[in-house]
Each structure stands twice: as structure tokens, then as C-alpha cells.
Design a protein around this ligand. Structure first.
Ligand SMILES: Cc1cc2nc3c(=O)[nH]c(=O)nc-3n(C[C@H](O)[C@H](O)[C@H](O)COP(=O)(O)OP(=O)(O)OC[C@H]3O[C@@H](n4cnc5c(N)ncnc54)[C@H](O)[C@@H]3O)c2cc1C
Length: 447
């Protein structure tokens, strides 16, 4: 056997699996990453944004959500207390490797009174504590993880795993894209969203059961930071949920970035929008997403294709993401550069094309977004202003969920699947925790 364990993908899930092995003295372990090594990655290079040592987390905003209900489905495998402890341990590792000490969003009387006001506005304010690493600090934290692993876990970057090899229902190792085979007793697949398609193909060829999950579609909203200052001061990242009046759809705010920037994101040939903020650098705006989660009508069962189709429409019409003033949308006209320039919200994403989002979104999505903005207006006057900017499309694809045990083991013996690519997590902390969970289970098996 070449290795005790091979980890596919050096994102948070793979890194935490590797750290756990190293700390428990398990080896030899090989960590394989198809992208570049951390010091060779550049934010300017599109191919480096999601792939490379550090995974999608490298250029993320680094908000660690310390909630058992957010960022993944680990709560379906672990009881509340065990999950809480696991997340606390993972968070502690981030803090020990340089993540800032401060936690935002602790329950306080001010939070409770905001939650009451939210209820009067037909919104549910979900408590969530957050440690904010900040985009510029993510790199430093990852560098510390990288050096902590040096000499303890072998790492190969620029090396793609082509296939997972199994025989008689048991994993044997991996096939690399150069045609070589590496054997191992255990394999942890942690390929992330960028490797979700690969994971789906592997699951199909190994006969693993998968299940399609939902897709969340919506816009990135940008407005002057002062409009949401009271809320962002209290909660930093407020998670507000609303059930839209007309369609009774679940609509939520997501990834709020006080004083942040709207950015583009490449999604397999489609350009979508996202947002981030720096711990030390401030814009004059706050941005957040409004996402609509739809349950589709049978027999349709391909939410990812649906999400891609909608996002593609924006690219088709705008040559990339579209930006529109809310006032223009409500008046039934497109935004143009002159109207955007007259607006009181100055766009932080200059490359978005002024256009008309009503050509992009289905009626139910657009109406649900507008009803959410009306509800938010009651909580924070100014949100539903004609100067508010809407960027489209923001879409959250979730990978097909691989059937795993509570230890993250698949039906193929000794093959574990973790992180976003296996449909287990949707954020840094649950991705990291799922990697730890698998590595701990393997270590236990080795005793
Ligand atoms: C712009 C942006 C901002 C975000 N902000 C936040 C945030 O503030 N808070 C939060 O909690 N989450 C955030 N996220 C989500 C977070 O980054 C992910 O949830 C997390 O990175 C998932 O970790 P992972 O290890 O499962 O996958 P990834 O981080 O995607 O890593 C998977 C790695 O596997 C590699 N890989 C894939 N297939 C193969 C293969 N066949 N062979 C070898 N290597 C392979 C990929 O190259 C990649 O490097 C953000 C994401 C983005 C894109």
C-alpha cells in the first residue's frame, strides 16, 4: 500500500482532514490538489479563484458561521451537541492559525429587540455567531495551515485525480490524470463545488446513490451602508427569512457584507455575482444577496440546470452580470449608464452592464424578491429605495448529495465523501468539520 489515506482536494474539507490525520499521527497521507499551490495562486487568474491549495475558501470572505443550522447538513448526521462541539473545535483551529479573535452576532438584548421588530415586518431573524476572517486574512490563515502540514502530510498540487478505484465494494486508491495509480487503504473525496460534476460521475461509476438538492436563485443588493448600519452593527451578518406573500416561497438574505464590494464569480463558463468585504478596508456600501428557494414541480429533477439557465440569460442579455436600479425595475424600464450615474448608490462592481432584470427572472422569482424588499423596508427604511442597486444573477448551486454514513463513509468501504462537493456542506466551517469527522473515523478504524 502506497499510503494509509489519500485526500482528494485541498479546500477546507481536505485541509482539515489532513490536519486531523497529522495531529493524530496517522500516515503516510497524500493530499492531492488539481489547482496550483497556495503561493502560486492569483486572484486575477479565473482558474485560480476556486481551485488550488486552499480551495474556494482562499478568496472567500472568510465568515465562519458558528451555527449548527447554517452552512451544511451535518445536523442530519450528528446530534446538536456533538455538532456544536465539532464546529467549535474547527473554529478553534482557525483561531489558532491566525483568524481574528472577535466574534460577531452574540445574542444580546439589542439583538432580541431587533428580532422582535423583524417579526413585525414579517421577517424571521435567525441568530448566528460569526468569526470574520476577511478576504485579505484568509490567505495568511491558509499559509499557516500549509506550514503546519509541511513535513507531516505529503502534498501534490497541479495533480488531478481522474478516477476513484474500487474493487469488491472497497476503495483501492486513485487514478491520476497522468495515468499513474496510487494505492491507499482509505480515500477521502473532498472536491468542492468546482469538482461536483466529477464527484457525480465518480458516484455514478461506483454505483453510489445521490440525490439532487435545491438551487437558490436571486440578486445581489447594494445600498449605502448607512441604510443597514443599525442591523449590521448588531448582527454583522443578519440572516432574515421571509415567506413571500404571493407565492409563499422561502426568501432569505444571504452573505451580508457591510462596507463591502460586489464581485463576479465564474461558474463553469457563466459569470454570476457574489460579494465580499475586507476586515480593514471599507467601501461606502453594504451588499447582500436575496435568494429564493423553489421547490420544483415533478417530474423535473435538475435544479442545477435550471439555475444555470437563468444565470445564462443574464449573460446572454448583458454579456455578463446585469445591474439595475430598483426604481427602474419598478418603473418597467431598463437602467442605462446615465441612470446608474444619477443614482445615490455608487456601484462597486463597475463591470456589470446596466440593463433590465425583468428579462432574466421568472415572474415568481422577481415578485418574491420585490416582496422581500418591501418587508425589509419596514425593518430598515431605505432598503426599498429607487436608488438601491440589484445585480443579477446570484445563484447558489448545491452539489448532488452523496449517500454517506454519520462518519461520512460512502457505500464503497473506506471511501469517504465530505465538503461542498459531496453535498454535505455549503460553507467553510461545516466543510472543515466534515473533513475532521471523516479523518477521525478513519483514525479510529486504524486503532
Ligand atoms: C467568493 C466566495 C465567497 C465565499 N465566502 C464564504 C464565507 O464567507 N463563509 C463561508 O462559510 N463560506 C464561504 N464560501 C464558501 C466556501 O468557500 C466553501 O463552502 C468551502 O470552500 C468548501 O470547502 P470544500 O473543501 O468542500 O471545497 P473547495 O473549497 O471548493 O475545495 C475543493 C478543492 O478540490 C479540488 N479538486 C476538485 N476536484 C479535484 C480532483 N478531481 N483532483 C484533485 N483536486 C480536485 C479543487 O481544485 C479545490 O481546490 C465562499 C465561496 C466563494 C466562491
Amino acid at each position: 500500500m502506497d499510503y494509509e489515506a489519500i485526500i482528494v482536494g485541498a479546500g477546507p474539507a481536505g485541509i482539515f482532514a489532513a490536519l486531523t490525520f497529522a495531529d493524530l499521527g496517522i500516515g503516510p497521507v497524500l493530499l492531492v490538489e488539481q489547482g496550483k499551490d497556495l503561493d502560486k495562486r492569483s486572484h486575477e487568474a479565473v482558474e485560480d479563484r476556486l481551485c488550488g491549495w486552499g480551495g474556494a475558501g482562499a478568496y472567500s470572505d472568510g465568515k465562519l458561521t458558528l451555527s449548527t443550522h447554517v452552512g451544511g447538513v451535518l445536523g442530519e448526521y450528528l446530534d446538536e451537541r456533538s455538532l456544536f462541539q465539532l464546529l467549535e473545535t474547527a473554529d478553534g483551529m482557525y483561531a489558532a492559525h491566525g483568524a481574528p479573535d472577535r466574534i460577531f452576532g452574540e445574542r444580546t438584548p439589542r439583538f432580541d429587540s431587533l428580532a422582535e421588530r423583524a417579526r413585525l415586518a414579517d421577517l424571521e431573524l435567525v441568530p448566528s455567531r460569526i468569526r470574520h476572517i476577511g478576504t485579505e486574512n484568509c490567505r495568511n490563515v491558509l499559509e499557516r495551515f500549509r506550514s503546519s502540514l509541511a513535513g507531516r502530510v505529503e502534498t501534490r498540487t497541479g495533480c488531478r485525480v481522474k478516477g476513484l478505484l474500487a474493487e469488491g465494494g472497497r476503495i483501492q486508491g486513485v487514478l491520476l490524470s497522468d495515468g499513474s495509480v496510487v494505492n491507499a487503504r482509505f480515500v477521502i473525496a473532498a472536491p468542492g463545488r468546482s469538482g461536483a460534476r466529477w464527484m457525480k460521475e465518480q458516484a455514478a461509476s461506483l454505483g453510489l446513490k445521490t440525490r439532487a438538492t435545491s438551487v437558490d436563485i436571486g440578486v445581489r443588493v447594494e445600498l449605502p451602508a448607512v441604510v443597514l448600519r443599525e442591523i449590521t452593527d448588531i448582527t454583522y451578518e443578519s440572516k432574515l427569512i421571509h415567506y413571500s406573500k404571493t407565492f409563499d416561497e422561502r426568501v432569505r438574505t444571504f452573505c451580508m457584507n457591510p462596507y463591502g464590494e460586489v464581485v463576479t464569480e465564474e461558474n463553469g463558463g457563466i459569470t454570476t455575482v457574489n460579494g465580499h468585504s475586507y476586515a480593514d478596508k471599507r467601501s461606502e456600501n453594504t451588499n447582500f444577496a436575496i435568494l429564493v428557494s423553489s421547490a420544483f414541480t415533478e417530474p423535473f429533477d435538475d435544479p442545477i440546470a435550471y439555475g444555470r439557465y437563468i444565470a445564462h440569460l443574464a449573460n446572454l442579455l448583458g454579456g455578463g452580470p446585469i445591474v439595475q436600479r430598483l426604481g427602474d425595475l419598478l418603473a418597467g424600464r431598463r437602467s442605462n449608464p446615465a441612470r446608474i450615474a444619477r443614482g445615490l448608490t455608487r456601484p462597486t462592481l463597475q463591470s456589470a452592464t446596466p440593463g433590465d432584470l425583468s428579462f432574466v427572472f421568472p415572474y415568481r422569482h422577481l415578485l418574491s424578491i420585490m416582496e422581500m424588499l418591501e418587508a425589509l423596508e419596514k425593518l430598515a427604511p431605505g432598503v426599498n429605495s429607487r436608488h438601491t442597486l440589484l445585480y443579477g444573477v446570484e445563484v447558489k448551486f448545491y452539489s448532488n448529495r452523496i449517500e454517506v454514513s454519520p462518519q461520512m463513509e460512502t457505500r464503497v468501504k473506506n471511501l469517504f465523501a465530505v465538503g461542498d462537493g459531496a453535498g454535505i456542506s455549503r460553507g467553510l466551517l461545516q466543510a472543515s468539520a466534515s473533513g475532521m469527522l471523516a479523518a477521525r473515523a478513519i483514525a479510529e478504524r486504524m486503532k
